[in-house]
Design a protein around this ligand. Structure first.
Ligand code: ADP
Ligand code: ASP
Ligand code: MG
Length: 439
């Protein structure tokens, strides 16, 4: 069995939905995980924002605009009047549901329910399209099997048991369609796996049913060696190890949700990144095998905050680090980078929800400085064994960029550098030239 996930652009128009229908109708048994059509989740977030502010006029306008786009899609997607009518009813019912929230109180619960409509719509449209084409498929609702536990983490056992049951109900079926991104929380309420979460759904489903492969189909031909949104001349990588791909995803390579490699790695299921617009391109294979030495790729993660705790007297005393880390643990805030000196320790975080509380508590142990608008540049590869010269190449590329922190040696796959976000593009471009173009 295979799991094939198609992102927003891959199902972003009637033409694309037809192209995807073609790709999933092959000789394999496929579980197809779909994102919302491109732009829909952003629009739903915008609508929810208006509803929070009780700006019902703007909410209604945005809802009507989005609804209109869907009527245009079904007109192009379906051939027969019967299916145009079915599609129309479907859209009406989802948008009436969204409109029902413009009357009432609006909370996080309603927001999550609204955000879920994008994936519910795209999967239902795909299912209807396949039906019209007389291609047999089953729609399996993600809300029946995708669930998070009381810590907000995917409940792997529940997911595994329930996805298996959903699939076993249809032993003769080859195509199963389900929603990415959406899930239920431990109270059974509608929730989601955070933005970009459809990749995570695919990986959790793949691990749950022990699929042969997890395929992430998107709008680019695999993981590139640098961020194509900021750098020209980036190139796709033929293969990566799970650890390398996980580092790149965590540190900003948007092609993969930050957590999406972990379930595949634990279950040892290869992840193939493919381009829907160019299906014949090789893409990238992520597996347990690491091929080639040296620096492979660069990614960058924004919205980083650095916290420096200076305490000449206490820093290197026993237990000081434990006390510092306990504060971050209490506030469930994870640390990305750490550097120490004789008199100070600096850490970075990306979640600033409890920043003020954390700083107040840290002040018990020394002076505290906070810096924001920073980015972590993450250089990934397999290079410690042959590390001679790599550090020099990295630093000479960054000779005109002020570097705030460096983390080297934490793993043999990663060198992380903290820079001002305003210098990020220059840093990425310059690293690209020094590491990949002038070799
Ligand atoms: P989808 O909607 O299919 O999930 P995303 O927009 O989430 O697609 O991810 C694909 C995008 O990720 C690409 O279009 C590209 O701009 C961006 N991206 C960022 N870093 C990388 C990288 N290292 N390799 C490939 N794509 C990347
Ligand atoms: N539709 C969701 C988003 O835009 C999930 C996804 O595309 O992966 O974030
Ligand atoms: Mg994505």
């Amino acid at each position: 069995m295979f799991v094939l996930k198609f992102g927003g652009t891959s199902v972003g128009s009637a033409k694309q939905i037809k192209a995807v229908a073609n790709l999933i109708n092959n000789n394999n048994r496929n579980i197809v995980v779909l994102s919302a059509m491109a732009g829909t989740t952003n629009s739903l977030v915008e609508i929810a924002g208006y509803l929070y502010k009780k700006n019902h006029d703007s909410a209604n306008e945005a809802i009507i605009n989005l609804e209109q786009k869907y009527y245009e899609v079904i007109d192009e997607l379906f051939n027969s009047e019967t299916y145009k009518e079915k599609g129309s009813e479907l859209i009406k019912s989802h948008f009436n549901y969204i409109k029902s929230f413009t009357q009432d109180m609006f909370t996080l619960f309603e927001e999550k329910a609204i955000l879920a409509q994008g994936e519910l719509l795209s999967t239902a449209l795909m299912h209807y399209y396949l039906k019209e084409q007389k291609i047999n498929s089953v729609l399996i609702p993600a809300l029946n099997f995708m669930r998070t536990d009381k810590d907000g983490e995917p409940d792997l056992f529940y997911i595994q048991e329930n996805i298996k049951r959903e699939v076993e109900n249809f032993p003769d079926n080859k195509i199963f369609i389900t929603q990415g991104f959406i899930c239920r929380n431990s109270f059974g309420e509608i929730d989601n796996l955070k933005r970009g979460g459809s990749d995570y759904t695919a990986s959790l489903v793949g691990a749950g049913i022990k699929s042969d492969e997890i395929q992430i189909w998107t709008d680019i031909d695999g993981m590139h060696n640098n961020d194509p949104r900021y750098v020209d001349n980036t190139k796709p990588l033929a293969s990566l190890s799970f650890d390398e791909a996980a580092e790149l995803a965590y540190f900003g390579a948007k092609i993969l949700h930050p957590a999406s490699i972990q379930p595949a790695k634990v279950a040892n299921i290869p992840v193939r990144l493919k381009n829907t617009m160019q299906p014949e391109a090789d893409g990238t294979l992520v597996s347990s095998i690491s091929t080639g030495m040296g620096i492979k790729a660069i990614a960058a993660k924004d919205n980083i905050t650095a916290i420096k705790i200076k305490s000449g007297r206490m820093l290197l005393a026993h237990g000081f680090m434990r006390k510092v880390f306990e504060i971050f643990e209490t506030y469930q805030t994870s640390i990305d980078m750490i550097t120490t000196s004789e008199v100070a320790v600096s850490v970075t975080i990306d979640d600033t929800k409890y920043l003020n509380d954390i700083v107040d508590e840290l002040k018990k142990y020394g002076t505290v400085e906070v810096d924001s608008d920073l980015s972590i540049i993450c250089v990934v590869g397999d290079f410690i064994a042959e590390s001679k010269g790599y550090a020099l190449k990295i630093f000479s590329a960054l000779k005109d960029v002020s570097i705030r922190m460096i983390s080297y040696g934490g793993s043999k796959h990663n060198v992380s550098l903290l820079v001002n976000t305003s210098d990020k593009k220059e840093a990425l471009v310059s690293l690209n030239k020094n590491l990949f173009e002038n070799v």
